[in-house]
Design a binder for this molecule. Structure first.
Ligand code: TXA
Ligand code: MG
Length: 326
């Protein structure tokens, strides 16, 4: 675990324009001073990330978030929503896309007039934000398109420091929401499924939210189809039982599934079970770690079985589908 001194030093590095890998409750992020365009450019370079994919700005509290955005530019009926969501979900795995203030550099938002803001819940992220004293732009700390890191050891991008905060509790990225009065009854649109479930958001806003469909249009510029991918090819199936063993030939095949039961006796070279009790919150926390392990197991193919499509299961299925898109 990162010491107080390490966190202080990292805060100084960030103020000076360096880049630091930081733990959050979702995944590890690669942070830079959000108002320093040169520092943010280093993050894009380290990740080999295309410049059309905007970054999330991390802040210590809602008041700091409000200082970066212009809520009054939202459609009249939507003004109250960000506050309601903040009360319910911050600090935590929810990112809100809101009209940005002028002074946020275009490189952070890929030229968009909106910015994604979030208050992370991880204590080391909170301490780092305090030590840095500046908002931190941070994408996940993987190389572009790769599996997101959920442990300090997974961070392989080049940076000035890596802060260890242990394994990430949530394990999938934050849910990204935008606001559009015409898109849904509540005015909330989920741009990326993630650690805050659609059901939880609907309960709080008291109405249906829309979920931007993959492929329909790139609602969130980062929602490229192939993403979160291991190097090993991954095939996604509804039921392991339906898999024709002959279609696998002599390959070394690994299984990724929620409970592991169905794959028994089918000759898989490796198996990762996300949650024996089928708890989707636990499964989300294990997902990327299991993908990292399978990716290092010298397999020819990973077969993954879809999980129930509710709660955090929706975010898990979304990540699996992207990993399977070759
Ligand atoms: O949990 C998380 O969100 C992690 C941790 C580090 O906070 N961060 C993360 O960042 O996942 P990244 O860069 O891997 O994904 C950010 C997502 C992308 O899909 C991006 O397109 C979307 O947020 N996004 C950011 N700003 C946006 C904006 N202004 N409009 C629409 N989408 C935006
Ligand atoms: Mg990412």
């Amino acid at each position: 675990m990162a010491s107080e001194q390490e966190i202080e030093d990292a805060g100084q590095l960030l103020r000076d324009g360096g880049i630091v890998a930081m733990p959050t409750e979702t995944v590890y992020g690669l942070a830079a001073h959000a108002l320093d365009a040169d520092a943010v450019a280093k993050v894009f370079a380290a990740k080999a990330r295309p410049s059309f994919d905007p970054l999330i700005v991390h802040v210590p509290d809602a008041d700091t978030a409000w200082s970066l955005v212009a809520i009054d530019q939202l459609h009249d009926g939507l003004h109250g929503l960000p506050e309601v969501l903040t009360q319910a979900f911050w600090p935590g795995p929810l990112t809100m896309v809101l009209p940005k203030r002028e002074f946020i550099p275009g490189i952070v938002t890929s030229g968009l007039q909106t910015v994604g803001v979030r208050v992370p819940a991880h204590p080391v992220a909170q301490q780092l934000l305090e030590a840095a004293g500046v908002p931190l732009a941070a994408p996940s700390a993987n190389t572009f398109g790769g599996i997101s890191p959920t442990r300090a050891e997974h961070v392989t991008v080049e940076c000035d420091a890596v802060l260890d905060g242990g394994p990430c509790e949530t394990g999938v990225e934050s849910t990204v929401v935008g606001f559009d009065a015409d898109a849904s009854a509540s005015g909330v649109v989920v741009l990326r499924l993630g650690g805050t479930s659609v059901e939880a958001i609907e309960a709080v806003v008291g109405g249906a939210v829309a979920v931007a469909k993959p492929g329909e249009k790139i609602a969130s510029p980062g929602m490229l189809d192939r993403h979160y991918a291991p190097r090993t090819p991954l095939r996604l199936v509804d039921r392991i039982e339906d898999l024709d063993p002959a279609s696998l030939g002599n390959q070394r095949v690994g299984l990724l599934s929620l409970r592991g039961e169905q794959g028994r006796g089918m000759g898989f070279a490796a198996a990762e079970v996300l949650s024996p009790s089928a708890d989707l919150v636990v499964a989300a926390a294990q997902l990327f770690e299991a993908m990292h392990r399978l990716d290092r197991a010298g397999l020819d193919l990973i077969v993954a079985q879809r999980v129930p499509d509710r709660g955090l299961g929706r975010a898990i299925n979304d990540r699996l589908r992207r990993a399977a898109t070759a």
